[in-house]
Write a new protein. Structure first.
Length: 116
């Protein structure tokens, strides 16, 4: 082979290698850009889900607060009802004590059996 042919082959090989390197770099740049785009999409989706989760947590906290408030109100009503029942029972006992026609022992026995 002549020297000129060897030089042409070497130059052609260098050009082909240079083109392959340029194509590989361009492909790598495209992959990196696609990864950036995908990462941005994931970040936006994560932010959207985080906002939704925060709203749901706030709604759950509000619901729990309302439930606790209702529980406290129910307990207060129960306490009031028990107090009223005790007052009514005390008035009945007092009325029985005052009424000359009521046998106090029989009335006391009747109250004991109805409470059980």
């Amino acid at each position: 082979m002549s020297t000129t042919a060897i030089i042409i082959i070497v130059i052609a090989a260098i050009v082909i290698i240079a083109i392959a390197v340029a194509v590989a770099r361009k492909a790598q740049a495209r992959r990196l850009e696609q990864q950036r785009i995908t990462a941005d999409e994931h970040r936006r989706e994560a932010e959207s889900q985080a906002l939704t989760a925060d709203r749901e947590r706030a709604a759950a906290d509000e619901q729990a607060a309302r439930a606790k408030q209702q529980q406290l109100a129910a307990e207060e009503r129960r306490t009031d009802a028990e107090r009223q029942r005790e007052e009514a029972d005390a008035l009945h006992r007092r009325a029985d004590e005052i009424d000359p026609d009521v046998d106090a022992d029989a009335r006391e026995h009747e109250q004991d059996t109805t409470r059980r």
